[in-house]
Design a binder for this molecule. Structure first.
Ligand code: LLP
Length: 386
């Protein structure tokens, strides 16, 4: 089964471009709000890093989600899209002074602090403004996630977060500082996680840490478990909306929250991946020695995930209903890794056909570059071109 696309409208647009199915995005957001809403005090933030297209951000903002930012640029994009600063959490191992100052000026909800030197700088910069910064500590829970090595973050060997052994020490430091208020703990174990057991392992770890804190009569107000829920890249049409019910139920079942605690999530990929496709036109079909190539006008500069993570994205020829044939789908860039898929079965393909590279709404447009002096791809909502 192929996705449905308004290809009669695509001819007027310059390819390659990102196409976002606004209805699917809205339905996904509705599902998130309904499923999270079943539990008292579950609060979902959208991880802007997955896709910061202003039109996409606008729809997400309408849904009432908060945001998770990892740079000053993302804070600016979120504020511009109308998200209230009171719903912004800000993580990142290398926050610079201007970025911290920006967060302080907007009085964002919380800085997710990743080291002692960072805590000291936040305290100093807040003092200079006579403000008090709310901080949560990002604890590295040393929980492995069964996903690609480049996108696991919760192992002790990763650069992220503060080790569990240092947790009590940083809390003590923060409690003595006058310009920070310690409000929570933050975690994130990785991305594209489909095994709920990984989230259960995180819950168990948080339960242990909470017990340690409880022994010191500390109950933090906020627990933030990050993001990471994966999507079905192989079957974008079968399950366009990820299993949010199962995801939130896992946390509800396994995490022992105290009654006064709010549980925060930072979901990126699962919110936006399936609504987006990279639409590209076939420039040439070339017969190789043992194979045929569909050479398209999109390249790794437009969607880098296959080249960078050997990621699979389903590719469909949305212009053809001819019998299936096998192609390597490649871009025009001077790198042998500029390949979207090898030995892909597609309807017989000719020059000028439109291909849809599916599940590209997350970490697609936002990771595009101008390598080879190419133009950045544009992004269109379905409702804009209908
Ligand atoms: N919170 C933190 C602290 C994160 O580092 C991330 C993602 C998220 C939330 C959102 O995670 P998600 O729900 O999207 O899994 N470029 C890679 C993914 C990198 C993810 C980085 N951190 C890719 O294309 O697969």
């Amino acid at each position: 089964m192929k996705g449905t696309f308004p290809i009669e409208k695509f001819g007027a647009l310059q390819t390659p471009f990102y196409y976002y199915d606004a209805t699917l995005l809205r339905n996904t957001l509705k599902t998130i709000q309904e499923e999270a809403g079943k539990y008292n005090k579950f609060c979902v933030h959208y991880a802007v890093k997955a896709n910061a297209n202003p039109k996409v951000l606008g729809i997400i903002r309408e849904s009432g989600l908060g945001v998770d930012c990892v740079s000053g640029g993302e804070i600016k994009a979120a504020v511009k899209a109308g998200f209230p600063a009171s719903k912004i959490v800000y993580a990142g191992v290398g926050k610079t002074d201007w970025e911290i100052n920006l967060g302080l000026d907007y009085d964002i909800f919380c800085f997710n602090v990743e080291s002692i030197p960072e805590l000291e700088v936040i305290n100093e910069l807040a003092a200079a403004k006579n403000k008090i910064a709310r901080v949560a500590f990002r604890i590295n829970p040393d929980v492995g996630a069964h996903t690609h090595a480049n996108i696991t973050t919760g192992l002790a060997e990763n650069k992220f977060g503060i080790s569990m052994a240092d947790m009590n020490r940083v809390i003590d430091l923060a409690l003595e500082m006058k310009h920070v208020k310690f409000v929570g703990l933050h975690f994130h174990i990785g991305s594209q996680i489909l095994d709920m057991g990984d989230f259960v392992a995180l819950c168990n770890r948080i339960n242990e840490l909470q017990e340690q804190l409880y022994a010191r009569q500390i109950i933090v107000e906020h627990i933030n478990v990050g993001g990471g829920l994966g999507i079905d890249y192989a079957h974008p049409n079968r399950q366009p909306i990820p299993d949010f019910a199962g995801y939130f139920a896992t946390y509800h079942k396994h995490l022992r929250l105290r009654p006064q605690q709010t549980l925060h999530f930072e979901l990126g990929r699962s919110v936006v991946a399936q609504c987006g496709s990279l639409i590209t036109r076939v420039t040439y079909v070339k017969q190789g020695t043992n194979k045929q190539f569909a050479i398209v006008d999109a390249g790794m500069s437009d969607l880098i995930r296959p080249a960078l993570y050997q990621a699979y994205h389903k590719i469909e020829n949305v212009s053809s209903e001819e019998p299936m044939e096998t192609y390597d789908v490649v871009g025009p860039i001077c790198e042998s890794s500029d390949v979207f898929g090898k030995a892909i079965d597609m309807n017989r393909t000719k020059r000028g056909d439109f291909l849809a590279i599916r599940s590209a709404g997350a970490y697609g447009e936002i990771m595009a570059s101008v390598y080879n002096c190419r133009e950045l791809p544009k992004g269109f909502l379905s409702e804009e071109i209908l």
